[in-house]
Write a protein that binds this ligand. Structure first.
Ligand code: ATP
Length: 295
């Protein structure tokens, strides 16, 4: 179930990352890779370490073990040119509340050689953000959108969003996320965003990564998973034989009474090992099933 294939062109490459807070181990020998242009939804339970992982990827947290490379450089020692290629929207907004949006954006513009003023103006209008109102008086959702505009304005090659839609209402989330992804698709930006709102992922994440027990157990295109994964139930021996025959990836296995098991299996598209042929019961799964079993 390795989440990594070797590539020298990865936007981010994480190898053997371990991170603890005191006695609590949060990330454990974690491997992960983000390729150029990938849009990845990072899924994990509350407290599973999503923020810790994203901060480690950005070089903001020093892990006890392991290596993180961004654009081929050590993340903790990224040079200014490398830093300018990142857009980051943290879970806790770090906007200067005494500023107005116009002042804030002017301030950040001075740091970046690349700055797309037309995009900034267009998004401020479309996302309905008053340019000259103190940021402290904007709603939580408006502040979040402003934070995202700030992160998009310098056209980053890697955009990291930690629960970007937590303050948005359900109606706003869908259109907003779709537009966000459209904003970056043209440029081939790599996007990673953490969330536990599954409907957001279904709409915009082309890939999903599952964080469990300190590791990325699985990362794959969501469509492919919904197409290929089945919950298969039957006698353990029969399931074992099916798995041993090869070409089937066992994602999770849960023992049931009477020598039976329930397994999440990823089956090849050819259908050669269709469990129904082996007399086992097989059901399609949805994203919620995957979340429950893989996080
Ligand atoms: N600075 C810190 N010091 C000590 N413990 C921390 C610190 N930051 C996070 N933790 C702990 O590490 C674990 C992972 O936290 P993290 O914020 O990375 O998880 P998360 O998956 O982003 O959570 P959520 O979905 O609730 O935002 C939690 O148990 C948290 O209490």
């Amino acid at each position: 179930m390795s989440a990594v294939t070797t590539s020298s062109t990865a936007t981010a490459e994480v190898r053997g990352l371990s991170l603890s807070y005191g006695q609590q181990t949060v990330l454990s020998n974690l491997d992960w890779q983000l390729l150029p242009g990938q849009v990845v939804g990072l899924l994990g339970r509350n407290g599973s370490g999503k923020t810790s992982l994203l901060e480690s990827v950005l070089g903001l947290r020093e892990p006890q073990l392991g290596a993180v490379q961004l654009f081929g450089q050590n993340a903790a020692e990224l040079d200014d040119a490398g830093r300018a290629r990142i857009g980051y929207v943290p879970q806790q907004s770090d906007l200067f509340e005494g500023f107005t949006p116009a002042q804030l954006l002017r301030y950040f513009k001075s740091f970046y050689p690349r700055w797309n003023e037309a995009k900034v103006e267009g998004l401020l209008s479309r996302w309905d953000i008053a340019r000259d109102k103190p940021i402290a008086k904007l709603s939580g959702g408006q502040q979040q959108r402003l934070s995202i505009i700030r992160a998009l304005a310098h056209e980053p090659d890697l955009l990291v969003l930690d629960e970007p839609v937590a303050s948005l209402d359900p109606a706003g989330r869908r259109d907003f996320l779709r537009e966000l992804v459209e904003q970056v698709l043209d440029r081939g930006t790599t996007v990673v965003f953490s969330t536990h709102i599954l409907s957001d992922l279904e709409r915009v994440a082309f890939n999903v990564a599952f964080l469990k027990q300190g590791r990325i157990g699985l990362q794959a295109p969501l469509d492919e998973l919904l197409d290929e994964v089945r919950a298969v139930t039957g006698p353990s021996a029969q399931l074992q034989a099916l798995i041993a025959a090869g070409g089937v990836q066992a994602l999770s296995r849960s023992p049931l009474e009477g020598g039976r098991e329930r397994c999440l299996l990823r089956l090849p598209q050819s259908g050669v090992n269709d469990p129904l042929h082996a007399g086992l019961s097989s059901e399609r799964v949805n994203l919620e099933d995957l979340f429950m079993e893989l996080t």
